[in-house]
Design a protein around this ligand. Structure first.
Ligand SMILES: Nc1ncnc2c1ncn2[C@@H]1O[C@H](COP(=O)(O)OP(=O)(O)OP(=O)(O)O)[C@@H](O)[C@H]1O
Ligand SMILES: [Mg+2]
Length: 232
C-alpha cells in the first residue's frame, strides 16, 4: 500500500532524510517513531507528494507519487491526518467533512458515509453544525480523524494526531485508532509517544536524524535498547 525506497530529501542545502526505506502491507498498523526534528513530518510530506525527492522513490497504492501530482492524491483512497490537523476553523464540522468527501473517490453517498462516521465518533455527530474553531482540542482531533475517513480510504496516514491531548483523551484516541484498524484499515501512525503507538502497532520504525535507526516487530521494538533508552 505504501513503499518508500531509499528516499532522500533536503531543505535547501541541508540534507534531511537519508535513504529512508519503509513499507506498509494491506491490513497492517505500522508506527513511525522518532524524537523532535528526526524527520517524521518530512517523511509525511515526502510520501504525500508535498516535497521533491533528491533520490529514491515513493509508491502509494501502487502508483509513483512523483508522477501523479499532489492534486490526484485524494483520489487514491488514502486518508491523511496532517501535523497540526489543518482543519478549516471557520467552517462547520459538516462543511469540513463535505470538502474532504468531495475530494475523495468514495462511491457511497455523503449521507451514508456520515452514518458510518457517527458510529465511530458519537460526539462528532452532536456537533455537526458547530464551527471547528469553537471546539475543544480533543473534539478537533476526532474531527480530523473523521475527515480522513469520510472518503472510505483503504489506507490512513497520520502525523502525531494525538498531540496536545490529555492522558485520558490520548487513551481514548488510541482505542479509536485500534478499532479502526480492527475494522480493516491499513494505518501508518507517525508518533512521538512510542509506548502508546507500540501498544497498538504490528511493527514499527524508529527515525533518528533523518535515517531509519531501528525497525522490527512490536516485540522487538519494545525490547530494543535504543528505543528503551529514548522513550520507555
Ligand atoms: N521547510 C523547512 N525548511 C527548512 N528546514 C525545515 C523545514 N521543515 C522542516 N525543517 C527541518 O527539518 C528537520 C525535521 O523536521 P520534521 O518536521 O520532519 O521533524 P519531526 O520529526 O516531524 O519533528 P516533530 O516531532 O517536532 O514534529 C527539523 O530540523 C526542521 O527544522
Ligand atoms: Mg512532525
Amino acid at each position: 500500500m505504501l513503499e518508500l525506497r531509499n528516499v532522500s530529501t533536503s531543505y535547501g542545502q541541508v540534507s534531511m532524510l537519508r535513504n529512508v526505506s519503509l513499507n506498509l502491507r494491506k491490513g497492517e498498523l505500522v508506527c513511525l517513531l522518532g524524537p523532535n526534528g528526526a524527520g517524521k513530518s518530512t517523511t509525511f510530506k515526502a510520501l504525500s507528494g508535498q516535497l521533491p525527492l533528491d533520490g529514491g522513490e515513493v509508491q502509494l497504492m501502487g502508483q509513483e507519487v512523483a508522477r501523479i501530482g499532489t492534486e490526484n492524491i485524494g483520489a487514491l483512497g488514502v486518508g491523511f491526518v496532517p501535523e497540526g490537523r489543518r482543519l478549516f476553523p471557520s467552517l462547520t464540522v459538516r462543511e469540513n467533512l463535505k470538502l474532504a468527501y468531495d475530494a475523495s473517490r468514495s462511491k457511497a453517498r455523503f449521507d451514508e458515509r456520515l452514518e458510518t462516521t457517527y458510529s465511530l465518533f458519537p460526539r462528532v455527530q452532536e456537533r455537526m453544525a458547530q464551527q471547528v474553531r469553537t471546539m475543544s482540542g480533543g473534539e478537533q482531533a476526532m474531527v480530523a480523524l473523521a475527515r480522513a475517513l469520510i472518503g472510505d480510504p483503504e489506507l490512513l496516514i497520520m502525523d502525531e494526531p494525538s498531540l496536545g491531548l490529555s492522558p485520558k483523551l490520548i487513551d481514548e484516541y488510541f482505542e479509536t485508532v485500534a478499532r479502526i484498524h480492527a475494522e480493516g484499515k491499513t494505518i501508518l501512525l507517525i508518533e512521538q509517544n512510542a509506548e502508546k503507538a507500540l501498544s497498538i502497532a504490528d511493527r514499527g520504525y524508529l527515525l533518528v536524524r533523518g535515517q531509519i535507526a531501528v525497525e522490527g516487530s512490536r516485540e522487538s521494538m519494545l525490547s530494543d535498547d535504543t528505543i528503551r533508552h529514548m522513550y520507555l
